[in-house]
Ligand binder design. Structure first.
Ligand SMILES: Cc1cc2nc3c(=O)[nH]c(=O)nc-3n(C[C@H](O)[C@H](O)[C@H](O)COP(=O)(O)OP(=O)(O)OC[C@H]3O[C@@H](n4cnc5c(N)ncnc54)[C@H](O)[C@@H]3O)c2cc1C
Length: 480
């Protein structure tokens, strides 16, 4: 099924970018994540307690929690599928995750869902057990034994994150400590500039950090990386595994489908909200198709980079309006490459000046296989759906390979995401996060982008959805 909702709504983008977006959206065939009875045609019934705006993991979790507590819930989703920044799509004979993919038992909220619904887990071989690690430094490809490479990276990671224990003694608590406030103005690049490293170690570290922040390292906050490090108790291997080892065998689509089915709430797909107002009696929403829907409360679970597209009345707190303009820094790309030639289980890194910063084996094979790649924002400079455009980069590492097919999805151009995972920019944590998380009267806010623990991850989306679901349910009980 095409993600036509996104494609048709990319009108805000400039002409060439829009055309590129349409092409990307139409090549990415979505898995069917439609709860029974859901669809644009399903009429909104009167008398909802809560309208949830946004059907990613945060919105679906909040809707499920509320419905399980007896609330009448309607979820409105702009796209023609649930899942938001997760997108399980066909790629040749297989299916791949174009958005959020990896989960880990260090991530308590998503892992609880895996256990609850009995989901099966698969592993990504290039990260789980690479036979080779290569990286580009000063234009040359370097390779040393895997464990020596790891020691080089681990040494840099430990020194880079030296302040993590002091800043995030309890990384799951909301708010930034006094120590964190002192460092919040620093970017990842600022902190790296203060470290002594050989050029080879610096380029390896640059690749790792540019991948983690999914944007230029000058745009990502140092405090964000300290938080990740604290969440894995300063264990470099656990950090890498938490980010890219375990995934859902049947895809993220299977999990969100189970959650939505279990929830038993009403869903309207292809229904973008344009306006949201409130008064003492309740909330009133106007869709892009000019339909009016009312309820007692609203949960807004849309990405912070897109929240500015909804007109709120009365206006939101300064942190929310500022963030809608500034955006978070996660704007990079993710791509799958089907290659011809022997593909081992390997991983390669390159600094952020290159097309990709991290590439690893998704599926090895004697005659070919699949690589998954991450890189910095390209702003339309390279056509990521053209195998020939990316092949020269791959051949610098593995000259015997040819690239046969590629599939990416431009989350930066997608009007309902305007970016990838949330990495706050320097200063945004201290200045805006409290405002972003705060309820405004009858309107509550949820999302991975404003979670406390694994912010920017599927786990954070579920954490936030659980908390907000509970908060709104308590409110409904109090006012019943
Ligand atoms: C390329 C990429 C790779 C990633 N890799 C990982 C990973 O490996 N592991 C991991 O844990 N996380 C990863 N993430 C991050 C993770 O996918 C997200 O943080 C998480 O899924 C966000 O969930 P959410 O519910 O907060 O937001 P979203 O999933 O963005 O959901 C918000 C929903 O709101 C809808 N919406 C927006 N505006 C409106 C409107 N006006 N009206 C109605 N609906 C609207 C959107 O269509 C969307 O469905 C990745 C993300 C990307 C893009």
């Amino acid at each position: 099924m095409e993600d036509k909702t996104c494609a048709a709504s990319a009108a805000g983008a400039d002409g060439s970018a829009r055309r590129r977006f349409l092409k990307l959206a139409s090549t990415a065939a979505a898995a069917s994540v439609l709860p029974a009875g859901a669809g644009a045609a399903a009429p909104a019934k009167p008398g909802y307690d809560v309208v949830v705006v946004g059907g990613g993991f945060a919105g679906v979790t909040a809707a499920r929690e509320l419905a399980h507590r007896g609330a009448r819930v309607l979820l409105l989703e702009a796209r023609n599928r649930l899942g938001g920044r997760t997108f399980y799509s066909k790629f040749g004979e297989r299916k791949v995750e174009l958005g959020g993919t990896w989960i880990h038992y260090t991530q308590p909220h998503v892992w609880a869902e895996v256990m609850r619904y009995g989901m099966e887990i698969a592993e990504t071989p290039g990260v789980a057990h690479p036979d080779r690690v290569l990286w580009m430094s000063e234009g040359k490809v370097l390779e040393i034994p895997v464990m020596e490479n790891w020691a080089l990276l681990e040494d840099a990671l430990k020194r880079f994150h030296a302040e993590a224990g002091e800043v995030f003694e309890r990384p799951f608590m909301a708010g930034l400590s006094a120590a964190g406030r002192k460092l919040d103005h620093l970017s990842i690049a600022d902190r790296m500039a203060a470290m002594e490293m050989s050029p080879a170690q610096r380029d390896l570290m640059n690749a790792m950090m540019a991948t983690n922040c999914h944007g230029p390292i000058a745009t990502g906050a140092y405090t964000e990386m300290l938080r990740w490090w604290s969440l894995v108790d300063g264990d470099a291997a656990r950090l890498l595994y938490s980010c890219a080892r375990y995934k859902l065998k049947d895809g993220t689509a299977a999990l969100i489908e189970r959650m939505a089915e279990d929830g038993g709430f009403d869903v309207r797909l292809s229904t973008a909200v344009a306006e949201l107002s409130q008064d003492a009696a309740g909330v009133s929403l106007v869709t892009e198709a000019d339909e009016r829907i009312s309820a007692r409360y609203a949960v807004v679970a849309v990405p912070v980079n897109t929240a500015g597209q909804i007109e709120f009345s009365p206006p939101l707190r300064p942190g929310k309006t500022a963030m809608a303009k500034e955006h978070h820094a996660g704007k990079g790309h993710k791509l799958y490459l089907k290659v011809k030639g022997r593909l081992e289980t390997l991983i390669f890194f390159a600094p952020e000046t290159e097309l990709f910063t991290m590439v690893f084996t998704d599926q090895p094979g004697e005659d070919g296989g699949v690589l998954v790649a991450f890189g910095p924002p390209l702003d339309g400079k390279v056509d990521l759906n053209d195998p020939k455009a990316v092949e020269p980069f791959v051949r610098r590492f593995l000259p015997h390979l040819s690239v046969e097919q590629v599939l990416g999805y431009d989350w930066g151009l997608d009007p309902y995401s305007r970016g990838t995972w949330c990495t706050l920019r320097p200063g945004q944590f201290g200045k805006h996060l409290e405002d972003l998380r705060a309820r405004e009267g009858r309107v509550f806010f949820a999302g991975a982008d404003i979670a406390t623990g694994w912010r920017g991850f599927i786990d954070g989306a579920i954490e936030s959805g659980l908390q907000v679901g509970q908060a709104v349910a308590a409110e409904l009980r109090g006012r019943a």
